[in-house]
Design a binder for this molecule. Structure first.
Ligand SMILES: [Fe+2]
Ligand SMILES: [Fe+2]
Length: 468
């Protein structure tokens, strides 16, 4: 473990001078990017942060006050397993690859760059949020997510520099050049160019969009390309907290909305300065649909090639499946044919994006059940729901067609005339923004959200998570 090096790592960086030099050259550019695009207005504040200092299940992280620019971003991979084997596809059972298989070099680089691009993008999307935090606890969680997305960028840049030679280096530089929402040099995926300028957006983003990350990382964590697998395994450890922030964040908004609905004369949370359920629902519809796009097309020859090569598997491939070759099976999915919905049977390997998306949807449904329980417990009749996976899609079979939230096909005109019922309007967004005022006194919380049920690392909610 090289914990006190310039770049903390457990990959023996000091033994590989070429790689070490390359990364040390990238480091100042990264710090410059962080100062320019990281959280605005808080760079010199002490934040109670978790820093990865190892990869043991026990004690992999250290909690202490840190100024964000001094955060120890490091490179950590889960330790290699002895005699690891490719877990699926045509090379099932062969020794795992230590180098990039030549014919998949471009495709694999694309996967790593696309994943890598999301990490700094989300930091950029969230950089203004600190100024309107609902509590110090939430402020700290925002910054925790931000610094760890920074570390995830390091993780991907390590792979690019370490395994892709010259073009890997160029790609690593480009990761610091694109900017979320910039029309001339946007981030690669659309969800990462959407503004995330209020806290309901932030919680929906960490709930739905970070959760896509969990499923992509999980599928890559069993990759036959071992350095990628071990990198993703460790990233998943950190990612769990981001998903917790999102799921409990939306949950706390729902809980508070339910309370305010009961207190108000007309059952309207807005009367008492809360966020109404219909606005929460529209934000869910927006982020859920954009996040579904991140899984790619329903029918995909890429997904088949990647599976065949043993590079990207299914969710929990080893635990959930018996047949890891999946050469014979088929999968029936809904498609649009001659302007109508139809069922089509395709080879299973071509449907793996859809299979992964299905796992994701199940996970979102689980969270939805939990949020709805807050409504029931408070005695509120209404319920939240997930829209159909066909609704508001920009990638795959349903892109270019129009559906209502139940998934019924409708005309473009009908969609346009009804979309203000389903997606946040400018007025909705302005209303939510009008509620966003910083609450920074320890133990206090904004009116539109319930406090968390526990603090961080055994500390109480009143703890001074950020020293302002
Ligand atoms: Fe990440
Ligand atoms: Fe994340």
């Amino acid at each position: 473990m090289e914990l006190y090096e310039r770049i903390p790592n457990n990959v023996n960086l000091s033994q590989d001078k070429r790689l070490q030099r390359a990364l040390e050259k990238w480091l100042p550019n990264y710090l410059e990017w962080w100062r320019e695009m990281g959280p605005e207005g808080f760079q010199d504040k002490d934040v109670y942060l978790r820093t990865a200092v190892g990869v043991d299940a026990e004690g992999w992280a250290n909690f202490d006050y840190v100024k964000m620019p001094d955060y120890r971003w490091g490179i950590f991979l889960k330790p290699a397993e002895a005699d690891a084997r490719v877990g699926f596809g045509d090379n099932y059972g062969m020794p795992v690859y230590q180098e990039v298989p030549g014919e998949f070099r471009n495709a694999l680089r694309r996967i790593i760059v696309t994943q890598g691009d999301t990490e700094p993008a989300s930091v950029e999307q969230q950089r203004q949020l600190g100024k309107t935090c609902p509590s110090l606890y939430d402020l700290r969680n925002l910054f925790q997510v931000n610094v760890e997305e920074g570390r995830h960028l390091w993780a991907m840049v390590y792979l690019l520099h370490g395994y892709f030679g010259r073009d890997g280096r160029d790609e690593a530089d480009a990761l610091l050049e694109r900017r979320s929402g910039n029309p001339d040099r946007p981030r690669i995926l659309e969800a990462f160019n959407q503004p995330c300028d209020d806290w309901l957006n932030f919680f929906c983003f960490t709930m739905f969009t970070d959760r896509d990350g969990k499923y992509q990382l999980a599928a890559l964590a069993e990759s036959g390309f071992e350095p990628l697998a071990r990198t993703c395994q460790f990233m998943l450890t950190e990612e769990a907290h981001h998903l917790f922030v999102g799921e409990t964040g939306v949950g706390r908004v729902v809980k508070r909305t339910a309370e305010l609905m009961k207190q108000s004369k007309d059952g309207d949370a807005r009367e008492l300065g809360g966020i109404s359920l219909d606005i929460i629902q529209k934000y869910i519809n927006f982020w859920f649909s954009y996040s579904l796009d991140l899984f790619g097309g329903e029918i995909s020859s890429n997904s088949a090639d990647f599976f065949a090569a043993g590079l990207k598997g299914r969710f929990k491939e080893q635990d959930q499946y018996e047949d890891h070759i999946a050469a014979e099976g088929s999968f029936t999915l809904t498609v649009v044919e001659d302007g109508k919905l139809a069922q089509r049977e395709v080879p299973l390997r071509n449907a793996l994006n859809e299979v992964l998306r299905g796992e994701y949807v199940k996970d979102c449904e689980r969270a939805m059940t939990r949020w709805n329980k807050y409504l029931t417990d408070a005695g509120v009749d209404a319920q939240l729901y997930l829209p159909s996976t066909r609704f508001h899609r920009h990638v795959g079979e349903f892109a270019g067609h129009y559906f209502d939230v139940q998934g019924n096909m409708i005309t473009k005109e009908e969609f346009e005339s009804r979309q203000s019922e389903w997606l946040p309007t400018i007025e909705d967004r302005e209303y939510v923004r009008s509620l966003m005022h910083a609450v920074t006194e320890p133990g206090k919380i904004a009116n539109w959200i319930a406090p968390p049920s526990a603090g961080i690392k055994g500390k109480p909610f009143e703890f001074e998570y950020v020293r302002l």
